[in-house]
Design a protein around this ligand. Structure first.
Ligand SMILES: C=CC1=C(C)c2cc3[nH]c(cc4nc(cc5[nH]c(cc1n2)c(C)c5CCC(=O)O)C(CCC(=O)O)=C4C)c(C)c3C=C
Ligand SMILES: [Fe+2]
Ligand SMILES: [Fe+2]
Length: 337
């Protein structure tokens, strides 16, 4: 009788969920910010300029000047747990783990910096996950964010013999659970303010306008989120004016408009005195919400004549956001659990 061949122990039969967000530096020093920016801005999904043209600009200009400026911004929002984006994403993963129980292994990763997508994806596989749901935490799809995450996953798959079955969380910009979570959370935060805002700006991260002509659905996703959210908030705040803007312009190309910073100044100059900002496209507070909106946005508004200003927190790991995330994840795991 021939004995079957043996092989090393291989774990299998588990289900994994990998939450992924953009990425952030390890430290707020100019050197660490430079490492992060070099990785981020070398991604052809993020800067769609031919490498021969972009390479000299990135290394000759951007990486010589921007790290110091950005490090200064990071230093203003840095916490005892490190970068807010990483700390909050880690807490979201922990909260989701508690909600999902033992049937799934929940982990988190950053597309740029650490923990790296390739490392955490491989770690799930080596713990026996032969079915993995990758969940980029971007409600609105863009090639710069969602497609870039999948590029990194595909690269990791390339190094695997026994590849796991793969699912990805679709963009959820118009999902009822997402809109309801935002409406409830924004509504209760506005209710807790010490002033009555005249206008609510919904600020989304910007993108080069050209990406819209190239077929990126990002702009339309943002507009639809804003419309649905406006409709959901209207019964509670019938007099509140709601406007949509795009922030964080980078480089010389034309970006999506209207720009958040310009709109903030114009509103104040045109007589608006009380303004509130929310950033529904960000799953977690980060440099873009805590520094660009909450600090610089306030300065812009006050200098232009405003009197009351607040930037609302993102959904982060609080109850409305976690209920939404658990429901999205459970739905996408249908048939697996
Ligand atoms: C070409 C430049 C950029 C594109 C395109 C872009 C798209 C994009 N970004 C986010 C989300 C985040 N971006 C964040 C920081 C950040 N973004 C850019 C540039 C582009 N983003 C830079 C250079 C930086 C770093 C900071 C700086 O130097 O200004 C962050 C915050 C990261 C953190 O550490 O807190 C997020 C989140 C989305 C959703 C998006 C496209 C839709
Ligand atoms: Fe960005
Ligand atoms: Fe459209």
């Amino acid at each position: 009788m021939t004995r079957p061949l043996d092989h090393p122990r291989v774990a299998f039969g588990r289900i994994g969920v990998l939450l992924v967000n953009l990425g952030t530096p390890d430290e707020s020093s100019p050197a660490a910010v430079r490492r992060y920016l070099a990785e981020f801005l070398s991604d052809p999904r993020v800067v769609e300029i031919p490498k021969l043209v972009w390479g000299p600009i990135l290394h000759g200009v951007i990486l010589r000047t921007r790290p110091r400026k950005s490090a200064h911004a990071y230093q203003q929002v840095w916490t005892d747990e490190g970068s807010p984006l990483a700390a909050i994403t880690s807490r979201q993963a922990r909260a989701l783990r508690e909600r999902m129980g033992d049937r799934v292994i929940v982990d988190w990763a950053m597309r740029y910096g650490k923990p790296a997508v390739s490392d955490r994806f491989a770690a799930l596989q080596s713990q026996g996950c032969d079915r993995i749901l990758v969940a980029p935490l971007y409600p609105q799809y863009s090639a710069a964010t969602n497609a870039s995450v999948m590029d990194a996953i595909c690269k990791a798959l390339g190094a695997m013999r026994w590849q796991p079955a793969l699912r990805t969380l679709p963009p959820y910009y118009d999902d009822r659970g997402y809109i309801d979570a935002l409406a409830r959370d924004i509504g209760s935060q506005i209710g807790g303010l010490s002033f009555n805002p005249e206008v609510l700006l919904l600020s989304f991260h910007g993108m080069p306008e050209r990406t819209l002509q190239l077929g990126d659905p990002y702009y339309c996703h943002c507009r639809k989120t804003a419309r649905l959210l406006g409709e959901a908030l209207a019964p509670q705040f019938p007099k509140l004016r709601i406007d949509t803007t795009f922030q964080s312009r980078f480089g010389r190309a034309k970006w999506l408009e209207p720009a958040t910073d310009i709109t903030i100044a114009e509103e104040a100059r045109n007589g608006t005195r009380r303004m509130v900002l929310a950033a529904p496209g960000f799953s977690a507070d980060c440099l873009e919400t805590l520094e660009e909106l909450a600090i610089r946005g306030r300065e812009t508004f006050m200098e232009a004549g405003g009197t009351d200003f607040a930037t609302l927190a993102c959904l982060n790991d609080r109850e409305p956001g976690m209920i939404m995330l658990e429901n999205l994840i459970r739905r996408e795991l249908g048939g697996w659990i």
